[in-house]
Design a protein. Structure first.
Lengths: 223, 128
């Protein structure tokens, strides 16, 4: 779930936008570079962005009795690196903020920070680390996608706790409370996102083996 | 296990993750207190913030909101359609490209053999 329009005090809204700005700049640089590499890359980037758009549109029920949305930046981050997702994730957020009143323009910086930036970085980092430790490819993709989904929501909880600390227990009390709303509900969704990301990697590998091998997304034994 | 079996299991896993909450919390519509089942977590966060900070007023509101739940569902469905369209367009494009490439390879491999209908030069000089 994104922070709703107007629900971050002005100073926080500005602060997170300023924090996100350099990442957006880097993301634009990376995106234009990747798109220029070869023409087919444009379609693949489109597919990665499309996956984000698709997953984040699903409002899924959770065992806690509430519902939430998956994130979906894992695929693109693993394939193209986090930079590209800084931009693609923000585009999806803009679409949702303007047409669906889901998230907001004032909260775009904060939501982009949690979803596109932290989500992209954690997916990429966890995947690289697990592969370095020789974890099997499918499991590495699953863990990277699922954990990055959770990290996004933990970041959202932190952002809200910073803005609305508990009068008695301060930031940490509020952080625990927001996590109990967001992160707990998100666990089954994060697992589902992990499974779906493995599924889409399988589908892409079956049609584009060479390109996926270029992204280090083909198991060694089969190369 | 082979790829197809793995993919089927993945799909079943996702379906189970979505279906289990539905069985666990089936209320058949609205709750006693008027809130609908499976309220979004952002609505919950809103009420938590309002409880702890009763003086907080959102200082900006969305420029446009979908007029009602049905239109909101339509727009989410549209987002899902655009997103999956981008994914499947690429997959379809690649499948087409792969089959054209495979056909071309098969044809160029077939042309390396001399067709059997043409007599070899040695036979012609023997019959003369």
């Amino acid at each position: 779930m994104h922070i709703m329009e107007g629900f971050l005090p002005v100073s926080h809204a500005i602060g997170w936008t300023v924090a996100a700005a350099p990442f957006w700049g880097y993301g634009v640089y990376r995106l234009t570079k990747v798109m220029r590499e070869n023409p087919e890359r444009k379609l693949m980037v489109g597919a990665a962005g499309g996956f984000t758009m698709f997953l984040s549109s699903l409002k899924l029920p959770s065992v806690t009795g509430s519902s939430s949305h998956p994130v979906g930046v894992g695929l693109g981050a693993i394939m193209f690196g986090p930079g590209v997702m800084f931009v693609l994730g923000t585009i999806v957020l803009l679409f949702q903020a303007m047409l669906l009143a889901h998230g907001g323009i004032t909260t775009l910086g904060a939501n982009a920070f949690s979803m596109a930036i932290v989500g992209g970085l954690t997916a990429y980092g966890i995947f690289k680390a697990l592969r370095f430790l020789s974890v099997p490819l499918g499991f590495a993709v699953f863990c990277a996608a699922a954990l990055s989904d959770l990290c996004t929501y933990v970041t959202t909880s932190a952002q809200l706790a910073l803005a609305f600390p508990d009068p008695l227990s301060g930031f940490w009390g509020a952080f625990v409370k927001f996590n109990s709303i967001f992160a707990l509900t998100q666990i089954p969704l994060a697992l589902g996102e992990g499974l779906l990301t493995v599924l889409i990697v399988n589908a892409l590998t079956s049609v584009s083996r060479e390109e996926m091998a270029g992204f280090n997304l083909v198991p060694e034994a089969a190369k | 296990m082979n790829k197809t079996r793995q993919n089927i299991l993945l799909i079943l896993g996702v379906a189970a993750l979505v279906a289990v909450p539905l069985f666990m919390h089936y209320h058949g519509g609205e709750d006693v207190d008027g809130s609908s089942a499976f309220a979004g977590t952002d609505d919950k966060a809103q009420s938590v913030i309002a409880e702890a900070n009763p003086d907080y007023r959102p200082w900006f509101s969305p420029l446009w909101e979908p007029p009602g739940d049905s239109i909101e569902s339509l727009l989410f469905a549209l987002q899902a359609a655009i997103g999956s369209g981008l994914v499947f367009y690429y997959i379809g494009y690649r499948r087409g490209k792969n089959s054209v490439t495979a056909n071309a390879q098969r044809e160029s491999a077939a042309q390396k053999f001399v067709p059997l209908s043409q007599p070899s030069p040695r036979m012609q000089s023997e019959n003369a």
